[in-house]
Ligand binder design. Structure first.
Ligand code: IFM
Length: 435
C-alpha cells in the first residue's frame, strides 16, 4: 500500500496509466505500413532476443479488457499513442480507414468508461517510407508531421482531453541518432544534431496544425533526467554542464525560451542545420501544458578521450532497477521545481514514471517514494496536475525486448493473460480510498 493519500494531490489531480502504440498494439495486418522499429528489430544485435512488436500485448484486439483494467484501478486518465504508420501507412498521403476505425473505437471506449484520453502523436514508430527520405534528419519532416497531426486533429481532436506532439525528443534524436540504441540506430553527430532540431521544429509545426483544427489542450512530453556532476571538481562540473544541456536544456530552452544552450550551439556549430535560428519561433510555440517523464539521474564526469564533448557517465551508488538505473525520487522533486521555477508556469503532468523490475514489492516502494516526491514538489510551488504510471502493462521495452517488465499488470506473452500486480492494487487502494 502507498503512504500517500489521493487527497494529498488536490481535487482535480489526474491519475492515469500510460502505454505506447508499438509497445502494446500488435495488430499489424489492418493496412498499417512498416515502421522503423520493424526493421530495426529484425536486424541482428539491435534488440534482445530479436523481439519485435508484431504481436506485443495484442492490445489491438484486447483493448476493451485493458481499458476495463484502467477504469477498475480508479485511474481517471489513459495516456496512449497513435501509430503514424497505422493511420498513414506511407507517412504521407493516403489514410488507412481501418486505422481511423481502430482509434475511433479506442477513444470512444475510454470516454464510455469515464477515462480522459491523453494522446501522443509520436512515440517512436516512424513510417519506414519517411526514414527512406532521411526521417528526422530531413527538414521536410516538419511538414509531414504537421500533415499527420492535422489528420489526427480533424478526426479525433474533439474527443481528446489532452494531446502531446512528441514523446521524449531526446530519445528520438540523441538516443536514436548518436548513441544508436534505438531505431534508426545511427551513431553520427551530424545526424543527431539535425534530428535534435527537426524534432522540435516538427513539434511546433504540429502545434500550429492542431490549433488550425481547433484541438485544445496541447503539449509536449519531455524525458528529463536529474543531471549531476560525479564529483565537485571543476572538470566534472563542465562535464555536467554539457550533460545537462544535451539531456535537459536543449529541449526545455528550445520549447519554452526559443533558445538552445550556447554551450551546444558553439560545440555543434559545424553540424547545425543551416538557418536553424529562424525556426526558433516555431519551436517555441505557446503550449497549454508540459509532460515530464522521469526515471533516474545522470552522473557526469570528465572524459578527455571524447572528441566532441569531454564527458562520460558513471554508475552511482544508489539502489537500482533491474536495468541498472538508479532510483532517485528526490530528483523528480528537483526537476519539477526547476521546470516551474526556470522554464514555465504551465500545468505540469508527470506523464511517465515507473520501474523495470520483476519483484513487485520494490515497484510499490518505488511508486510510493515518487508520489511523495510529487507531493513535495507541489509543496514547493510546482503546479503538478497529474501523474501517469509507466506502464499499465508489461510490454515491448524497445532494445530490451520483452525481458524488461515495467507493468503494473503482468502479461503472459504466450497466452496474453493479464494479471494485476501488487502495484496495481496499491494504486487501486489509494484511488478508491475516500478518507
Ligand atoms: O518504455 C519506455 C517508454 O516508451 C518511453 N519512456 C521510457 C520507458 C521506459 O524505458
Amino acid at each position: 500500500m502507498f503512504t500517500v493519500d489521493r487527497k494529498d494531490f488536490g481535487p482535480n489531480f489526474v491519475f492515469g496509466a500510460a502505454t505506447a502504440a508499438y509497445q502494446i498494439e500488435g495488430g499489424q495486418t489492418d493496412g498499417r505500413g512498416p515502421s522503423i522499429w520493424d526493421t530495426f528489430a529484425a536486424t541482428p544485435g539491435n534488440v534482445k532476443n530479436a523481439d519485435d512488436g508484431h504481436m506485443a500485448c495484442d492490445h489491438y484486439n484486447r483493448w476493451p479488457e485493458d481499458l476495463d483494467l484502467i477504469r477498475d484501478a480508479g485511474f481517471e486518465g489513459y495516456r496512449f499513442s497513435l501509430a503514424w504508420p497505422r493511420l498513414i501507412p506511407e507517412g504521407t498521403g493516403a489514410v488507412n480507414q481501418a486505422g481511423l476505425d481502430f482509434y475511433d473505437r479506442l477513444i470512444d471506449g475510454m470516454l464510455e468508461r469515464g477515462l480522459k484520453p491523453f494522446a501522443t502523436l509520436y512515440h517512436w514508430d516512424l513510417p519506414s517510407a519517411l526514414q527512406d527520405k532521411g526521417g528526422w534528419m530531413n527538414r521536410d519532416i516538419a511538414g509531414w508531421f504537421g500533415d499527420y497531426a492535422a489528420v489526427v486533429g480533424k478526426r479525433f481532436g474533439d474527443r481528446l482531453h489532452a494531446t502531446a506532439t512528441i514523446n521524449e525528443p531526446w530519445c528520438v534524436a540523441f538516443l536514436s541518432h548518436f548513441l544508436g540504441v534505438h531505431a534508426p540506430g545511427y551513431r553520427d553527430m551530424r545526424a543527431a544534431t539535425r534530428a535534435m532540431h527537426h524534432v522540435l521544429y516538427a513539434h511546433g509545426t504540429a502545434i500550429d496544425a492542431l490549433r488550425v483544427q481547433g484541438v485544445k489542450n496541447l503539449g509536449i512530453v519531455l524525458n528529463l533526467e536529474k543531471s549531476e556532476p560525479a564529483t565537485d571538481s571543476a572538470e566534472d562540473q563542465v562535464a555536467f554542464d554539457y550533460g545537462d544541456a544535451l539531456f535537459n536544456r536543449w529541449y526545455l530552452g528550445g520549447v519554452f525560451k526559443g533558445q538552445y544552450p550556447e554551450i551546444l550551439t558553439t560545440a555543434l556549430a559545424k553540424v547545425m542545420p543551416e538557418g536553424w535560428e529562424k525556426d526558433m519561433e516555431v519551436v517555441s510555440r505557446p503550449l497549454d501544458w508540459v509532460g515530464i517523464n522521469y526515471y533516474t539521474r545522470g552522473l557526469y564526469k570528465h572524459d578527455a578521450t571524447r572528441p566532441l564533448f569531454p564527458i562520460g557517465q558513471v554508475k552511482g551508488p544508489l539502489e537500482k532497477n533491474d536495468l541498472g538505473w538508479e532510483i532517485y525520487p528526490q530528483g523528480l522533486t528537483d526537476l519539477l521545481v526547476r521546470v516551474s521555477r526556470d522554464y514555465t508556469k504551465l500545468p505540469i503532468y508527470v506523464t511517465e514514471n515507473g520501474m523495470s523490475e520483476d519483484d513487485d514489492t520494490r515497484r510499490v516502494a518505488f511508486y510510493d517514494a515518487h508520489l511523495q516526491a510529487v507531493k513535495a514538489a507541489q509543496g514547493q510551488g510546482a503546479d503538478v496536475r497529474g501523474y501517469f504510471a509507466w506502464s499499465l502493462l508489461d510490454n515491448y521495452e524497445w532494445a530490451e525486448g520483452y525481458s524488461s517488465r515495467f507493468g503494473i499488470v503482468h502479461v503472459d506473452y504466450q497466452t496474453q493473460k493479464r494479471t494485476p500486480k501488487g502495484s496495481y492494487r496499491a494504486f487501486q487502494g489509494m484511488l478508491h480510498n475516500t478518507r
